[in-house]
Write a protein that binds this ligand. Structure first.
Ligand code: ADP
Ligand code: MG
Length: 649
């Protein structure tokens, strides 16, 4: 492929059909109109494409004028390079672009546009007027088209830059025109589209005028990119002043990540303030957003979404932006690597700024090494399990009393054997645990003394249970002590419950008083549809409801009504993350996703009753000693080990 090829405008030459052969090439005008459906889905898409063209042309000032939320007029004026008359005529033809010339160019795109279809598409469904000039001395050129057909092309007074006016969008596609949402909605889409472009290009001035009112106006910020970006963010978004933002900056030979994070305290209930840019292009990528969430893992309460605006720069050869006509989706050749780095970089920035938040609630245990580091989860293992970014279930009480406790306590085992992770001696282990927890008087020599137990327990009848840093449950056992990771433990419990439901199909369901319809993206829907039979077993009562929506009539008993949407979102998110990172599929994935989603997180205070119940249920599990992904749920320290550490003879 070489320079753009001039296309035939007439339809006849394209398909001279006979009686037998019925397939014809489409008339060009029709092809453009169909493409317009993809590229110009709504006025906001036209605004986006026109602004991207202006940015590609090197503009430093872009002014947008709208009437009737863009349906009557969209005008975008820039001070960029402008075009010659020939180029202007060329520009409105399909697949005409100055930006790539070869297949190789497609591998390394650095401009926002490259498909050469925006202007042709927009022009085919509007009254289109482009005025463009390259300097202030020579005449500019004005070209008018209606429904893609040239009406006239005339000289115009000199200007440097380009002004495109799109009037009566979809005038010749009534179906599409009728499909437009309320003007406020379309206007909001336009503002959102301009906002991300303005965030990504802080060194360009932007303005939007709608029906005579100025809705947005920002001057070009100077100085280095990151400082300019912070100033631009502060100007456009409710994120406080630039000093309140946490700065991120890190680079490797493969990728650089720069930008800003919001303080966890400023997190919101929606994802509206989360922006990822790849090589200057705003992209939507749930998977990478997840990486950022995962880094915030202990810092955020349920359903809270932090602000972030992160600029990823990567050699264009490692990223494919040509996945979708609107170019808002990208693919990396090493998506996992990008995930890992993003998570690490964000985690580091948060850690540096905020200290070690998950341990900030309690005073550190001075000098006492409880051997947490020997828990066996190496940092690389943690990297393998990125699913932690989802909102926790909060301090929702664990269900179930502890009727099993007495049963478990029925026998009085010595509990001397140290259970290994692969041990199936569940009853021995739990017996030993409860013996210790109840019978404070039977401490072996060398274990925690009575003073310590009085000081730490304060639980009276409940026995010795102490929540450490709102994360670990510490309890005394006959032979020493056990430290249980509350989240890992709860994940194990929920995982086994989900597995049992998936096997037997007896998930308890509660019917919603008002069934809810929920719309998903096409890909989310496709995934959800495949999961429906299994979701039903877990207690979801869901049916397809046309298009990409489902109707939810019932949810598992432990999910509160009103949370259906977020719960399903989270499951889908988590499922995808596990699919991509762990390569899990099917029921195993679903069970793990349910467990991840529902498990109580680190940092959540538990009542003694909740802790008790958690331990009870843990020891009813088939494999109580490991989380679903193989991390330990608990570590033990024997009396002997304590003795050795204290150098007791
Ligand atoms: P693409 O941006 O994918 O190349 P478009 O249809 O959006 O395709 O634009 C076609 C061509 O018109 C661009 O490649 C560019 O050369 C030219 N062009 C469009 N808008 C402008 C503008 N505002 N200033 C200068 N050149 C422009
Ligand atoms: Mg373009």
């Amino acid at each position: 492929m070489n320079a753009p090829v001039e296309q035939k405008e007439t339809s006849d030459a394209l398909g001279e059909g006979t009686e037998v052969d019925r397939i014809r090439l489409m008339p060009l005008a029709l092809a453009n109109k169909i493409a317009a459906g993809e590229v110009v889905q709504r006025p906001a898409s036209a605004v986006k494409e026109l602004i991207e063209n202006a940015l590609d042309a090197g503009a430093t000032r872009i002014d947008v004028v709208l009437q009737d939320a863009g349906s009557t007029l969209i005008q975008v004026t820039d001070n960029g390079s402008g075009m010659s008359e020939t180029d202007a005529r060329m520009a409105v033809k399909r697949h005409a672009t100055s930006k790539i010339r070869s297949v190789e160019d497609l591998e390394s795109i650095s401009t926002l546009g490259f498909r050469g279809e925006a202007l042709a598409s927009i022009a085919s469904v509007s009254h289109f007027d482009i005025r463009t000039g390259q300097d202030e001395e020579h005449a500019a050129f004005q070209l008018r088209l209606e429904g893609g057909e040239e009406v006239d092309g005339l000289p115009a007074p000199p200007i440097r830059g380009t002004s495109v006016s799109v009037r009566n969008l979809y005038f010749n596609v009534p179906a599409r025109r009728n499909f437009l949402k309320r003007p406020q909605t379309e206007l909001k889409h336009i503002l959102d589209a301009v906002q991300v472009l303005a965030l990504a290009h802080p060194n360009v001035a932007f303005s939007i005028e709608h029906d005579g009112n100025t809705l947005l106006s920002v001057e070009d910020e100077d100085g280095d990119m990151l400082r300019a970006a912070a100033a631009r963010m502060a100007a456009l978004l409710p994120v406080g002043s630039p000093e309140d933002l946490i700065r991120v900056g890190e680079s490797t030979s493969y990728l650089s990540v720069e930008g800003f994070l919001g303080h966890p305290d400023t997190a919101r209930r929606t994802r509206g303030l989360q922006f990822l840019f790849v090589n200057g292009r705003w992209v939507k990528n749930r998977y990478l957003e997840h990486a950022v969430h995962a880094a915030y893992e202990y810092l955020l309460p349920e359903g809270a979404y932090p602000f972030f605006a992160l600029f990823l720069n990567i050699d264009p050869r490692h990223v494919d932006v040509n996945v979708h006509p609107t170019k808002s989706e990208v693919k990396f050749d090493d998506e996992r690597g990008v995930y890992g780095m993003l998570r690490a970089v964000v985690g580091k920035a948060l850690g540096t700024t905020l200290g070690s938040p998950d341990f900030s609630r309690a005073k550190p245990l001075s000098g006492l090494d409880l051997g947490f580091s020997s828990s066996g989860s190496s940092s690389s293992a943690t990297e393998e399990h990125p699913g932690r970014g989802l909102p926790p279930s909060g301090s929702r009480p664990l269900q179930g009393g502890n009727p099993a406790l007495d049963a478990l306590l029925g026998g009085s085992g010595a509990g001397s054997g140290r259970p290994s992770l692969s041990s199936d001696r569940v009853s021995d282990a739990s017996r030993s645990l409860y013996e210790g927890a109840r019978r404070t008087e039977t401490l072996q020599a060398g274990s925690l003394g009575p003073t310590a137990s009085n000081a730490t327990s304060g639980l009276g009848e409940e026995g010795l249970l102490w929540q450490l840093h709102d994360t670990y449950i510490l309890t005394q056992i006959l032979s020493g002590l056990v430290i249980i990771d509350q989240q890992m433990a709860h994940e194990r419990i929920l995982y086994e419950q989900a597995k049992a439901c998936l096997k037997d199909g007896f998930g308890l369901s509660q019917q919603l008083l008002f069934p809810r319809t929920i719309e998903f993206s096409a890909s989310e829907y496709a995934l959800l549809e495949g999961l429906m039979p299994d979701l039903a077993k877990l207690g979801f009562d869901i049916e397809p409801f046309g298009g990409n929506s489902v109707i939810v009539r019932g949810v598992p008993a432990d999910i509160s009504a009103g949370d259906e949407r977020s719960v399903l979102d989270e499951i889908v998110d988590q499922y995808r993350a596990f699919e991509r990172v762990e390569g899990l599929s099917g029921r195993e994935n679903l069970a793990r996703s349910m467990a991840r989603r529902g498990a109580v997180r680190a940092g959540i205070p538990l009542s003694p009753r909740e802790m008790r119940s958690l331990i009870d249920q843990l020891f009813q599990c088939e494999t109580p000693y490991a989380s679903p992904d193989g991390r330990p749920t608990m570590i033990r320290m024997s009396g002997n080990e304590l003795r050795e550490r204290f150098d007791r003879k």
